[in-house]
Design a protein around this ligand. Structure first.
Ligand SMILES: Nc1ncnc2c1ncn2[C@@H]1O[C@H](COP(=O)(O)OP(=O)(O)OP(=O)(O)O)[C@@H](O)[C@H]1O
Ligand SMILES: [Mg+2]
Length: 149
């Protein structure tokens, strides 16, 4: 899977503006994040259903940060491409990373005995999903969802 650049370089490529960002280290951070992403997505023009899909994605990725990495950052903002506008979100941590990314993305795989639906579910809810994860180096996930015209 492709490795996207950090938000700053991606922003300059799209000529967009600075992303909002929050540190994630506790479930309470995830609750606040969900509200912020829902609000930001609706502010950018997504309807309630699509904004809820985005806040669900943010919740799944941030909960994974809490569960597997302990701490990390989630940032989000508007993206532009091919004459359309969308929502871009990054979940970045310096945790243990994944030994087998394909396995982690597969349906019902969980190293903690839970449902194993967070990552595959996230992929279904977005238009673009990219991940870079390496053992000992952490995990960076970027998603994009485009506004329907
Ligand atoms: N940020 C991360 N760092 C390291 N490993 C991760 C990270 N996120 C996910 N993983 C690994 O990928 C697996 C699958 O993640 P996924 O979110 O799909 O399922 P889950 O968290 O185990 O269960 P669920 O999200 O359904 O409660 C995890 O069990 C874990 O092994
Ligand atoms: Mg999960």
């Amino acid at each position: 899977m492709s490795l996207p650049n950090m938000p700053s370089s991606k922003l300059s490529e799209h000529g967009s503006r600075a992303f909002e960002s929050v540190s994630i280290c506790h479930e309470s951070d995830v609750c606040l994040l969900v509200l912020q992403v829902q609000h930001a997505a609706q502010h950018l023009g997504f309807n309630v259903v699509m904004a809820t899909q985005l806040s669900t994605v943010a919740s799944e990725l941030a909960m994974n940060i809490v569960k597997y990495a302990g701490r990390g950052d989630v940032s989000w903002g508007q993206c532009e491409g091919a004459g359309r506008s969308g929502f871009e979100l990054w979940a970045i941590d310096q945790g243990p990373g994944m030994a087998d990314v394909a396995l982690a993305l597969s349906e019902h795989y969980s190293s903690r005995g839970t449902l194993g639906l967070g990552l595959p579910g996230t992929r279904r809810l977005v238009d673009e999903f990219s991940i870079d994860s390496q053992p000992g180096k952490g995990t960076r996930i970027c998603i994009r969802k485009w506004l329907r015209r």
